[in-house]
Write a protein that binds this ligand. Structure first.
Ligand code: TNX
Length: 526
């Protein structure tokens, strides 16, 4: 009897130990993960089998990955090839969801869509990397059933302030897709630069994309994306299930456009002659009282719509001082004609007209939320970018059924430093540590009651005033984007700061492999 007990205890201990001894370091943490008895011995080449043609990209990616690992070079015969099976399973209801099972004899990935399968592949790659990282050729047996908490999981780059070549955008997308991000928001126009070719208005790029340094930096900061390049990039991102959302910032942040076309009189006064080369908010904004402005906007939206297939179209709306409209006779006349009493109502009128163009080209508006706009458009998605406006955002969302993307400057502005560590050009910004990002729960953004209903997801903008190249963009993004990946994907009960920290070392190894110069979170090293 005692011997049986002792054996049982030993079995129990060894099985627990085997789980403890070999961990998986998946980010974002899956929503259901259960370890099972045993191991899958992976000391042979892995073959990826798939019957569904629509998973071809995912199959290829997994095969390339398996072939590139050291163990793949072992001699193979038909009998010692390991099989990974990808299966289409329509019973998985969430379009981004997937199931993954590892038994001592098999590895199986299931999803209803290519996107779900892509996420299954990302998870399996991280499981294999976890084993290799622990010098093991065995994968722990487990079952994963996973799907995201939020459907919008985004990052934003700002090539308007500092141009980033298209190859850099591709590198950025490759890395983020591995952490199950599915949106890249591109801030393409601003006071300091216009970065997309618009065929009807060539000067937007011959003039608007050329600028000497910023804030005293004398390095030329020229550059723009041709339409062909951008279409190719959008396709590249789509293959990694990242939707590219363009932004045409209106009516503020428009100095580059105004300076490119003085003859169109896009601003109310003739004050701007040069693309802005310092940061801050400009008072020169597009003029609501000039009809040519709306023709210009319609033309630009038309061309942009043909490049970006996304239904979502960001039209800015942030930081537009209305002083110029106050002093402009045609603007005030327009206000009277439409029986509007305040300039804020005129602001809402401006966006109603812009929305007519969006509707024409089958797009839906996205905005930065500003407090003094009395009424946004129907079918809007609004970006919360300051926690201080959270209560108003909630009220507006409730009243008009808006969807909300949480990008609060207190948790998710990745241009802000991660620590007070002497990084240049960021002294006025708040510090957002890795832990602070991890602590963010979008569903409680508004108050103590869960408000998930209105929230479509999260996004971290990497504003570009001080982000001069990809090197710095990666440095600001990682590892914080790992934390935000869990904020967007993982349900609260599965999120745990200590577990997250324990997964970082392996992820850092992977990031370095990919050429991502993340910032080591030295504040955590005690
Ligand atoms: C505010 S937040 C901006 C950007 C700046 C950023 C710098 C928002 C919608 N607008 O124009 O780049 O702060 O952190």
């Amino acid at each position: 009897m005692n011997r049986i007990k002792a054996t049982l205890l030993l079995v129990l201990l060894t099985s627990t130990l085997s789980v403890i001894a070999q961990d998986v370091f998946i980010i974002p943490e899956p929503n259901q993960l259960q370890y099972e008895e045993g191991k899958y011995q992976w000391n042979r080449p892995l073959k990826v089998l798939c019957e569904a043609a629509e998973f071809e990209n995912e199959q290829k990616e997994l095969k390339t990955f398996c072939d590139s690992t050291a163990l793949a070079n072992e001699k193979s015969t038909t009998s010692n090839v390991g099989i990974i099976k990808l299966t289409k399973d329509l019973s998985i209801k969430n379009a981004e969801g997937y199931e993954l099972e590892i038994t001592p004899r098999s590895i199986s990935l299931k999803a209803a869509t290519a996107q779900g399968m892509f996420y299954a592949v990302q998870t399996l790659k991280q499981i294999i990397q976890s084993s290799l990282y622990q010098h093991s050729s065995a994968l722990p047996c487990l079952r994963i059933k996973d799907q995201p908490r939020f459907s919008y999981r985004g990052l934003m780059l700002d090539p308007a302030r500092h141009f980033l070549p298209i190859e850099d955008l591709k590198k950025y997308v490759e890395v983020m897709a591995g952490y199950k991000y599915n949106k890249l928001h591109l801030h393409l126009t601003d006071d300091q630069g216009w970065r997309l070719e618009i065929k009807k208005y060539p000067k937007l790029t011959t003039i608007g994309s050329r600028r000497d340094g910023m804030n005293g930096d004398k390095t030329p900061r020229n550059g723009f994306y041709t339409q062909e390049e951008m279409k190719d990039f959008v396709q590249f991102a789509a293959e990694r299930h990242v939707e590219v959302i363009p932004e045409f910032d209106l009516p503020g942040h428009s100095v580059a456009a105004i300076a490119s076309y003085p003859e169109l009189k896009l601003s109310c006064a003739d004050t701007v002659t040069k693309v802005r080369n310092h940061e801050g908010v400009s008072k020169d904004i597009l003029c609501v009282g000039n009809d040519t402005v709306f023709t210009f906007i319609d033309d630009v939206i038309k061309e942009m719509s043909s490049i970006f297939p996304s239904k979502m179209f960001h039209i800015g709306g942030d930081e537009a001082p209305l002083d110029a409209w106050k002093n402009c006779a045609p603007c005030q006349a327009l206000k009277k004609e439409h029986h509007l009493t305040t300039d804020q109502e005129l602001f809402a009128y401006f966006f109603k007209r812009v929305n007519q163009s969006l509707t024409k080209y089958q797009k839906e508006p996205l905005f930065w939320y500003e407090l003094d706009v009395p009424e946004y458009l129907e079918n809007s998605t609004i970006f919360l970018w300051r926690m201080g406006s959270a209560a108003k955002v909630l009220a507006a969302a409730k009243k008009n059924n808006y969807e909300v993307i949480c990008s609060p400057g207190e948790y998710a502005y990745f241009d802000y430093p991660q620590w007070k560590d002497g990084l240049p050009n960021v002294d006025w910004m708040g510090v957002i540590t890795l832990q602070k990002v991890y602590q963010f729960d979008p569903a409680y953004t508004f108050n103590k009651k869960q408000q998930k209903k209105y929230i479509r997801g999260v996004e971290a903008p990497v504003w570009g005033e001080s982000v001069k190249d990809l090197f710095r963009a990666f440095y600001m993004t990682y590892p914080r984007a790992l934390a935000l990946a869990e904020v967007g994907w993982t349900e609260m009960p599965q999120r745990n700061w200590d577990t997250f920290k324990s997964k970082l070392d392996m992820q850092f190894n992977t990031l370095l492999h990919k050429g991502v110069n993340y910032r080591p979170p030295v504040e955590l090293y005690g």
